[in-house]
Design a protein around this ligand. Structure first.
Ligand code: GLY
Ligand code: MN
Ligand code: MN
Length: 493
């Protein structure tokens, strides 16, 4: 990778605007070259752009936010690039709150809702998006600055962004000074943009900002039509990614779990934006480690592969799907016994997902089935199922909650209050995972030796509908016979 041209000393960079830099400040840049680079460029402005597909939805989402915080300035940053090492950065992923409210994903972008009162006394807000505009070619910024478009690619002009997003757009470089000067109540989403937070230091409180974060988390509990379509896309791409993995299991056996990780990642990058979270490609005993993302282990015939992975769409909605597959295509009797127990628990959990049901019902239903199996297998001593559940002893092997809300974040709506989420009721438009599991650690002396090192999870993405639910990831088989038949068919190509 080429290095960017830099001024000879950092002081010169900070003190002198680009247009005042003279020949010699950039090594190898003559006055003639600097002059030459200013002109001879075509007008590429895009005109008559149609709004993005979700523009009407983002407007509705902003209207709901405006109604909740009348009379207050609201600041929602996209975030900035994060350094990976030296002068390389991680892939940028806009903050969920910003992307949800704007449909935009530009680094350094900020949405501001400015309060206003109409003549009849009604409170509302004027929304403005602050973005980095196109690079100036006159002052050299275009090719001499690290954010110059010659280095990072063409951005939309502010006029183009206005047409696409349905929002007035301004230069983000004017925002921090304006926020510093501004008076009146203000709230901001924290944790994404240090310079915006610095400009607001004396004006915001942690408690009031948290209320904004909670509102934006709870606003996403019920998905709109655009979001549901995106979650469908995410699940469909994810199913293709799982199929890709089954096709290359022999190559994974010859290498490692990394082959599985890379194979799924290819599908995620080609069809979507990214993976929605680190893929868990856990072969053999690694399946008992809940967040096994090192993925550097051996893949062996006769063992199980627990693959927990999700494609994030280009609009940043992610699937979260787990399948536990026999690496050689056939479950052993013991693997199948444990698999069938988890499958039965998942069936019970999915059946409990319906509008009006308490959120916790699906977890309770799945845990009961798993406790019954553990008692039946003699793993809980003399205790009956009710006692095991009362004491929570099944959790030694079930380990985690049975699911969570899903959306732009894999663990979506995480800042929602208990009463609206885990202690609330399900409503049509909510989307959640149902993902029971059983995990017998390799060093667990309380289970028969042959159980040790077996981990099984089955995870699907379930949309609450008006009259029940829909499994958005149903195109991937779950039942043991169907898994075997599907793997055989996929491997045959
Ligand atoms: N993949 C993380 C989870 O299932 O919650
Ligand atoms: Mn998962
Ligand atoms: Mn999950």
């Amino acid at each position: 990778m080429a290095e960017q041209l830099t001024p000879e000393t950092p002081e010169e960079s900070e003190e002198q605007p680009i247009q005042q830099r003279k020949n010699g400040l950039y090594p190898g840049v003559s006055d003639e070259l600097a002059e030459n680079m200013k002109s001879g460029w075509a007008d590429t402005e895009l005109r008559g752009l149609a709004p993005i597909a979700q523009a009407a939805h983002t407007a509705d989402r902003r209207a709901a936010l405006s109604a909740r915080f009348p009379g207050e300035r609201l600041v929602i940053p996209a975030g900035n690039l994060k350094t990976r090492s030296n002068d390389t950065e991680y892939h940028f992923r806009a903050s969920t709150e910003y992307a949800y409210l704007t449909g935009d994903q530009s680094e350094d972008g900020v949405l501001v809702l400015e309060p206003k009162t109409s003549p009849d006394g009604t409170s509302s807000h004027e929304a403005t998006i602050y973005l980095l505009p196109r690079s100036n070619r006159e002052n050299g910024e275009f090719w001499l600055s690290g954010t110059g478009e010659l280095w990072v690619g063409r951005r939309h002009s502010l006029a183009e962004a206005e047409q696409l997003l349905g929002l007035p757009a301004k230069d983000v470089r004017e925002l921090a000074p304006a926020l510093t000067e501004a008076t009146g109540p203000v709230r901001a989403v924290r944790g994404h943009d240090a310079s915006i937070e610095a400009a607001l230091t004396d004006k915001v409180t942690a408690e009031r900002d948290e209320e904004l974060r909670v509102f934006l988390s709870e606003a996403r509990l019920v998905k709109d039509a655009f979001e549901i379509a995106e979650l469908r896309k995410a699940c469909d791409s994810t199913a293709r990614g799982f199929e890709d993995v089954v096709k290359v299991l022999d190559r994974a056996e010859a290498t490692s779990e990394r082959y599985i990780e890379g194979t799924f990642f290819l599908r995620a990058r080609v069809e979507g934006n990214d993976i929605g979270y680190g893929s868990i490609c856990a072969a053999g005993p690694h399946a008992t480690t809940l967040h096994w993302v090192r993925n550097d282990g051996a893949v062996r015939s006769g063992e199980l592969l627990l693959l927990d992975a999700g494609v994030e769409t280009t609009e940043l909605y992610t699937a979260d799907v787990t399948r536990t597959l026999p690496i050689n295509g056939t479950f052993s009797p013991l693997q199948r016994k444990i698999y069938d127990a988890v499958y039965e628990a998942q069936e019970a959990g999915i059946a409990a997902v319906k509008p009006g049901a308490p959120y916790r019902a699906f977890h309770d239903a799945a845990q009961r089935v798993l406790a019954e199996k553990l008692v039946e297998w003699g793993l809980c001593g003399d205790l009956d199922v009710e006692k095991v559940l009362e004491l929570g002893l099944q959790r030694r092997w079930t380990l985690h909650g049975t699911g969570h809300m899903l959306g732009m974040d894999v663990h979506d709506c995480a800042a929602a209050r208990t009463e609206t989420y885990v202690a609330g009721d399900l409503e049509p438009g909510m989307c959640l995972t149902v993902e029971p599991g059983l995990y017998f650690q390799a060093d667990d002396l309380t289970v028969p030796e042959e159980y040790r090192g077996i981990g099984v999870r089955i995870e699907d993405d379930i949309l609450v509908t008006e009259d029940g639910n829909e499994n958005l990831s149903a195109s991937l088989p779950r039942q043991a016979d169907e898994i075997e038949a599907w793997m055989a068919q996929v491997k045959q190509g």
